[in-house]
Ligand binder design. Sequence first.
Ligand code: HEC
Length: 184
Amino acid sequence: MKKTLLMSLVLAGSLIAADYSSVIQHPDASKLIQKDLLPPAKHFKMPANCVTTNSESIARGAFLFHNLNGKKAKKNPPKGLSRKQMKPGKTYLPGDKIPSKQYGNCIACHDIEGSVGPGNVGPSLVGYKKMFVDSGVRDAQFVYQQIADARALNPESLMTINLANGLFSSSEVCDLTSYILAPK
Ligand code: HEC
């Protein structure tokens, strides 16, 4: 008896229920995912104005290499690098919070001279200049490309992408390249 009553209530409910199908949003999931996908792997040419021996550039590269972001960095960033950065394309009104700038955190995967608690997912970059650059095995263009978008050299790369996705500008990739190539 109880069951029949329940059934008829449900039936009656469904008969009088309004049709809400038009107000339910059906976003195209494939389009939403598209927005989060990485751009395809890209080859970059190191800009002609990237002078890898510039000491200010090397200092910025070192800072980007060893720090995670502008909020966590203990020391003040060197000349030409800020702790905060506006997101490109976003309008900020007075009083709006400007997000802290994301740095490279390369130390999470690579050891290098003077590192503190480096990770080992990536190869050690200790002695890099002498071992790989002075010997002619690697050059600045290779290092620049690796930092810009490692997938162009190895589609299965585990390394973070830094230029193809707009995380860094080409001059910041130049800063990092300069730091890797610098004598330490
Ligand atoms: C998530 C781990 C990870 C992070 C973070 C990372 N790398 Fe790498 N890196 C790798 C791996 C793994 C390789 C080996 C090549 C490959 O898999 O593409 C590599 C290779 C390299 C090489 C090439 C070495 C050679 O001569 O073969 C350079 C230079 C380099 N990384 C610099 C950097 C810099 C600069 C940063 C920070 C902006 C960074 N890496 C961040 C994992 C990482």
